[in-house]
Design a protein around this ligand. Sequence first.
Ligand code: NAP
Length: 313
Amino acid sequence: MIVNQLTYQIDTAGFNQGVDYDMLSYIMSNSTQHMNGVTIIDGRKAREVRLPKLIARVQKLSFRSHLAIIQVGNRPDSTSYIRAKKLFAAKIGVGIVHKQFDETISQAELLKEIAEMNQSNEVQGIIVQLPLPVQIDKKAIIDAIIPSKDVDALTSTSVANWSQGKGIMPATARGVRELLNFYDIKLNGKKVTVVGRSDLVGKPIAVMCENAGAQVTVCHSKTVDLVAGTKDADVLIVAVGKPGLITEKHVNMGQVVIDVGISRLGEEQLAGDVDFANVSKVVRAISPVPGGVGAMTVLALFENLIDLCEGKM
Ligand code: NAP
């Protein structure tokens, strides 16, 4: 198969409807796809296999679970992420309470809304869709969510917990972990390089890898020699948001490359941070964009929600 001629379209939460158990057993017996010797780390397959277990957990609850999503303004990217969450929630039987506010909302008004959601018996998880307008102090808003409903694991209490390997972790980090587990890629004792160190994505991924026993190197915008930081790693995880940042010169033959980056190249096309066409000719395994980590992130978010519902935190 010619890797560098593959093109991808946006995965607008393109989840299969229903669960096809024949398909699942097919997937299980074909869980690695080889192209020119490289393993394609397929997030959609991993998601489909994990899905029935999550649905079973949702159905086992004695109440209908609900996720509250608080949106300020109407950024198209936020609206499209929220649409993906709504589609997934509908598929697994979780309710969504979507509250959208004008972007002129004051911090005090937003805090009042969060206080209401904290007290609501209907919702078990609360998300504040980021980014927020400049007049709002993001940290104050996030920290207003009670930890027992902090499904994004971003409050100071949650961060302190997952930093010590306790409780739920942010969905992207969980998605990366489950994807690596699905492909039986162990982190214990491995050299892992994470490129990107944001509070939401890079940092939790680095902590997750360290908690799994990896020796972790973190690279960022001030890293002088990125090649020196990435080339030697057993597992390279990239979460930056710059298409084509990672090329053949940054990787080695035995490496597993996980591309977390998502950038929109146009109306209908997404790109990761890794030059997939060329890097996939060199490395042992690589996740594509779309169809890699992104496919696992929404699932991981709802796994977090159900953990909260079951009181596992
Ligand atoms: P962010 O807050 O903008 O952080 C970007 C990080 O990349 C920063 O730590 C920055 O370093 C670093 N960086 C910037 N330029 C760099 C360079 N030339 N070399 C090395 N590091 C560089 O973005 P984010 O929220 O973490 O998101 C990162 C990417 O992941 C985005 O593409 C986003 O869309 C994607 N994402 C994907 C998923 C998914 O499910 N797959 C979920 C969430 C986000 P400094 O800290 O020094 O500024």
